[in-house]
Design a protein around this ligand. Structure first.
Ligand SMILES: Cc1ncc(COP(=O)(O)O)c(C=O)c1O
Length: 420
């Protein structure tokens, strides 16, 4: 395998050649193991090659990999009812004929547009809601939009609840959640006035691990109700146990009209995604949003096996416990290193914001730390959709306390060598 070359691959790839993975570790062709703080592309909720997922895929591959989604299959039926059963009570059905997060978000938007007869979508600054042309247009950063030849004109982006760098220059104690109140102005003066939905990540993931403050979702829900706007939660990264709860909706106590899922639902990397819909989003014809690789039976086997592991109070309690342990270590590093401006997170979704001496974002140092991380046995990714200065710690949810301690030890060594 080492003799092969990447010269025919369209995009640039790193020099590292990865050969196998187990648990929280990814191993290169020289046998070096790296703790993957990014769980692959934030999708390996159960880490690399979880035995239950591998077994489920192997067994199902022998039986039936794919059948047209117009037929029933016990695994598809089971996955749909498990997801509906676990979701907030507003959710009544699951649409599985999507291929990933981008097509799930597009489908949820189409459902909202059809249900309301309106067209506009509100998203947040720094959001990353996908990379199809529509979703790149709706993501809240110029570099995403700039890459789109035929941008969607339905989007309005509004300031996110980034309390550490509040757009309105407020302090949380006295702001009255201006970031929600002012959405009224954007509806009135920046949209077409015909807003179908607000699509929001409960914790802005690639935007910088931005955790919305207490009360944000209650107020956003009220605003949506006042305007007849559908509230859709993009739970691509926050869902399936990442926050120590099955869904972040549960942690924030919000009843959305729709939710989108993917990434961690596949456990160890199976391609599976879903739109969860309330009755208020019903009515989109079956063939209006249906993809060949959606509702894949082999992936459904992986997803059901993943839910079997994660839907366990002891498992979710461990996510909260290891998350608290990592947060505590990061907080203590913050007192040692002036370049750590903020540490924030919920469960195993943690961000470390890197700043310069004046408190401004220090993307250069952040990238340097991420580049050097592999020399310290870590894979760390940064917040490119935001200011690029947040190191993201979202290891597989199966991480043990000892492994979490080792991850923090390695990060501390990295900081001592390259931090400030
Ligand atoms: C929050 C969020 N939404 C949507 C997407 C798009 O998902 P996909 O890459 O599966 O299309 C991503 C991908 O990173 C994401 O992080």
């Amino acid at each position: 395998m080492n003799q092969t070359s990447a010269k025919d691959i369209y995009y640039a790839v790193s020099d590292s050649r990865m050969e196998r993975g187990k648990g929280i570790y990814l191993y290169d062709s020289d046998g070096n193991g790296y703790i993957d703080c990014a769980s692959g592309s934030f999708n390996l909720s159960l880490g690399y090659s979880h035995p239950a997922v591998v077994e489920a895929i192997k067994e199902q591959a022998d039986q039936l990999i794919h059948a047209r989604s117009g037929f029933q299959h016990p695994l598809i039926n089971t996955l749909a009812s498990r997801l509906v059963g676990l979701a907030p009570k507003s959710i009544t059905s699951a649409h599985l004929k999507v291929t990933g997060g981008s097509t799930a978000n597009e489908g949820a938007i189409r459902m909202a547009q059809r249900a309301t007869g309106r067209r506009d979508i509100i998203t947040l600054f720094r959001s990353h809601v996908g990379q199809t042309m529509t979703m790149a247009s709706l993501s809240g950063n110029a570099f995403r939009k700039a890459s789109v030849p035929f941008p969607s004109d339905t989007g309005t982006q509004v300031p996110d609840p980034y309390c550490y760098r509040c757009f309105y220059g407020q302090q949380r104690e006295s702001c009255g959640l201006m970031c929600v109140d002012r959405i009224d102005d954007f509806i009135e003066f920046a949209s077409s006035g015909s807003v179908a939905a607000i699509l929001v990540e409960p914790i802005s993931a690639n935007g910088g691990n931005i955790v919305s403050p207490e009360g944000y979702f209650g107020k956003l829900r009220d605003l949506c109700d006042q305007h007849g706007i559908k509230l859709i939660l993009d739970e691509l990264q926050t869902g399936i146990g990442r926050t120590g709860h099955m869904f972040a909706a549960e942690y924030f106590g919000v009843e959305p009209d729709g939710m989108t899922l993917g990434k961690g639902l596949g456990g160890s990397g199976a391609q599976v995604a879903a739109i969860l819909a309330s009755d208020g989003l019903s009515g989109l014809p079956a063939d209006d949003h249906s993809f060949t690789f959606g509702a894949n039976i082999m992936s459904a086997a992986a997803a059901v096996a993943t839910l079997d592991v994660i839907d366990d109070p002891a498992f979710l309690a461990n996510v909260r416990r290891t998350g608290a342990l990592i947060m505590e270590r990061m907080e203590s590093l913050k007192s040692d290193f002036s370049c750590i401006g903020d540490v924030r997170g919920v469960g195993l979704m943690i961000g470390v914001e890197i700043i310069d001496a004046d408190g401004r974002e220090n993307a250069k140092l952040t990238n340097h730390l991420a580049d050097k991380a592999m020399e310290f046995g870590l894979i760390i990714r940064t917040s490119r959709n935001g200011l690029g200065n947040v190191l993201k710690f979202r290891p597989p949810l199966i991480i043990t306390a000892d492994e979490a301690t080792l991850m923090c030890d390695r990060f501390e060594a990295l900081m001592r060598a390259h931090g400030m």
